[in-house]
Design a protein around this ligand. Structure first.
Ligand code: GRG
Length: 301
């Protein structure tokens, strides 16, 4: 498996084409919007972030035999458009009422609630169009394009991220049990991470067993990601993480409050093992995906 230095270099190399694809997407979609909304959209999409979802998508695409070029990054960018909207709306006063995101003022603090609401809403259909157009450029069949776009929209919808966010808001101030917490986070955080892998595999024309393995890998790293998030939330400052308020301040149940730090760490590690095992089972040679699974729990923010 690639070591930390190799993975860091890989993430650095990926950043350029991911940012370029996002800039292309902003240019394509912001033109139809009022200027204040376009500015909020650009701020939400192009300002920082680890870009984990696009990197997972492109890495899975390549591991499944896809030939990586601009169109693959355009596909990967569709996931980041959904992610960006979710963060913009999540930070609004009617949800988490957050002041800081990625070390900067949240979108509504910088561009106002009205423009943030509208820019976030515009990003949802934009992401679907982005995925469909990218599939066309990749030479996918219409059926393949539909399947890829469906994976994105299902992950973003009520059975995925939106439903998870709803459970998250309802759960504030309550002590959720393990099953409830897993269910919430499989949808809120896990579904889009999982879709990143599945979409990469589908667009590359992977067979059903391989797509299923990517789905299993995605579910495992989704859970590992959230456990790691809760550990960081409990152990690092808002300054280091570049966001506030913390989940603890918001009265949310976390894996640390449920299990304690040590067991939470062990559980995150076990999920990484599960993710890597799923790929091995179908013989998918993807050392970078294995390294990315480890990164998900070892990251510092
Ligand atoms: C109307 C109920 C309702 C929902 C609207 C707002 C919303 C949809 C969903 C929010 C979902 C959400 C905030 C999920 C959090 C996912 C998460 C762990 C984000 C942090 O991801 P990172 O660490 O962030 O990858 P960066 O900044 O690196 O991109």
């Amino acid at each position: 498996m690639p070591g930390t230095a190799e993975l860091t270099a890989y993430l650095e190399v990926q950043r350029g084409p991911v940012e370029e694809a996002l800039a292309r997407a902003v240019e394509a979609f912001a033109g139809d919007l009022a200027s204040d909304v376009a500015e909020a959209l650009e701020y939400g999409v192009t300002t920082g972030g680890k870009r984990l979802r696009p990197v997972l998508c492109v890495t899975a695409f390549e591991a499944c035999g896809g030939s990586v070029g601009e169109a693959a990054y355009d596909l990967a960018a569709s996931l980041e458009l959904i992610h960006a909207y979710s963060l913009m709306h999540d930070d609004l006063p009617c949800m988490d009422d957050a002041a800081l995101r990625r070390g900067r003022p949240t979108s509504h603090r910088a561009h106002g609630e009205d423009a943030t609401m509208r820019a976030g809403a515009a990003l949802i259909p934009a992401a679907a169009l982005q995925a469909l157009a990218a599939c066309e450029r990749l030479g996918s069949s219409a059926e393949q394009g539909r399947t890829v776009a469906k994976a994105l929209l299902e992950a973003a919808g009520a059975g995925g991220m939106v439903g998870g966010q709803w459970l998250d808001l309802l759960g504030e101030g309550q002590a959720l049990g393990a099953e409830e917490l897993d269910g919430l986070h499989r949808r809120k955080t896990g579904a889009l991470l999982q879709a990143s892998l599945v979409m990469g595999g589908l667009a590359a024309g992977a067979d059903q067993d391989t797509v299923d393995a990517l789905r299993e890998y995605g579910a495992a790293i989704g859970l590992a990601f959230q456990i790691a998030d809760d550990i960081l939330d409990a152990t690092e400052s808002a300054e280091t993480l570049g966001k506030n308020p913390s989940d603890i301040e918001l009265g949310k149940s976390t894996y640390v409050s449920l299990y304690g730090l040590e067991e939470a760490r062990a559980r995150a590690k076990a999920e990484v093992g599960r993710a890597v095992a799923a790929l091995s089972r179908v013989g998918l040679e993807a050392p970078m995906l294995a390294a990315l699974a480890r990164y998900v729990v070892e990251r510092e923010k």
